[in-house]
Design a protein around this ligand. Structure first.
Ligand SMILES: Cc1cc2nc3c(=O)[nH]c(=O)nc-3n(C[C@H](O)[C@H](O)[C@H](O)COP(=O)(O)O)c2cc1C
Length: 328
């Protein structure tokens, strides 16, 4: 059975960042935020043996697994695997503009073939127990074209999906990098409002350029929900306010020594199975914007070299103890 989940606040899929470790930190800070895995190519998901450090889902629900692919059988099987891994949702990436992804015939280039995307989404819904969704752009190339976007949405909704995440800028498939594609094409939130008025029963989640929790809250009142990427990449600790602000929870989460202990208890059994940097990097953002944290950072980086987890935990604990008021 599909669960009813409120996606008012989502953390965007980010390759190299929304690792199982980062997601665990996000879940410590917010019980309600809707999470995403990094994108995984369907062929990798199906055939590679070393996918755990991308797809492991240790009770991080509510959460979506994002896949990239355009072969129906692979997508069908991916849907089954996502369900078995206890994901609530499987999401098709139709927004990534990178050359490698275009070569594999997935990502944003699929917006050129709306019928193929519809068929992909139909294949993914073969398993009725898992929610199927898409993350797309508002168009391709340099010019805005609302009709193109509307035609695309008209077609893909025929697949029966009810959930669309929109990175509200075009993708430019040649001449600029994926990074440039997150900044250079201008944002246009109106496209999302306009398509919502055509399809009031479909959930459209707004993504792109939301750079503060306050701004996200304002936008979440005008849209079905918001999805944030780089703000969380830079400062995951702002998730501590999400449950109260977006989901009306009464108990505010406070960052404390407990936060550090919970995180270390989670990563300790994984030591040696993945790189120390991947295990610790989500926590390193705790220094974001906190004055006089330079010495802590120097100490942390020198202990990372020594692989000394107990000392690392003690430094983080000392930092939180000293800076409690500033962090919260
Ligand atoms: C480092 C990084 C990796 C990303 N990887 C993915 C990805 O795997 N799948 C995807 O759909 N989008 C990916 N994105 C795009 C984000 O999901 C999001 O759409 C984009 O950053 C715009 O949102 P923002 O302005 O809140 O950052 C990535 C973005 C960043 C910064």
């Amino acid at each position: 059975m599909k669960k009813i989940i409120d996606r008012k606040f989502c953390v965007a899929p980010m390759m190299g960042y929304t690792t199982p470790y980062a997601r665990n930190l996000y879940r410590i800070l917010s019980k309600k935020t809707f999470l995403f895995s990094e994108m995984i190519a369907t062929k990798t998901l199906i055939y590679s043996k070393n996918t755990q450090s991308v797809i492991a889902n240790e009770q991080q629900n509510p959460i979506a697994l994002q896949v990239g692919g355009s072969e129906y059988d692979d997508l069908k099987l991916s849907s089954k695997l996502a369900y078995e891994l206890n994901y609530d949702e499987i999401n098709l990436n139709v927004g990534c503009p990178s050359k490698a992804v275009q070569k594999g015939s997935f990502g944003a280039c699929l917006m050129q073939d709306k019928k193929l995307v519809r068929n992909c989404l139909e294949a993914m819904q073969f398993n009725k127990n898992i929610e199927v969704s898409i993350k797309c752009r508002i168009g391709l190339g340099k010019e805005f074209n609302y009709d193109f976007f509307e035609d695309f949405i008209d077609e893909i909704l025929k697949s029966g999906i009810r959930l669309v995440y929109v990175h509200a800028r075009n993708a430019i498939l040649t001449g600029i990098s994926p990074k440039g594609n997150r900044n250079i094409p201008p944002l246009n939130y109106n496209f999302v409002s306009k398509i919502k008025s055509k399809y009031p029963d479909i959930t459209f989640i707004l993504n792109g350029g939301i750079d503060s929790i306050e701004g996200a809250l304002e936008l979440s009142n005008k849209h079905d929900g918001v999805m944030l990427g780089r703000l969380i990449q830079n400062n995951p600790f702002c998730l501590k306010d999400v449950d109260c602000l977006f989901y009306n929870e009464t108990n505010k989460y406070t960052i404390s020594e407990r936060t550090i202990q919970d995180y270390f208890n989670y990563i300790r059994p994984k030591i040696g199975k993945d790189s120390i940097y991947r295990l610790l990097s989500p926590l390193l953002n705790i220094f974001f914007g906190i004055p006089d944290s330079k010495q802590f950072k120097i100490d942390i980086h020198s202990k990372i070299k020594d692989h000394n987890f107990d000392t690392l935990e003690k430094i983080f604990l000392k930092f939180v103890n000293e800076k409690k008021l500033l962090i919260n």
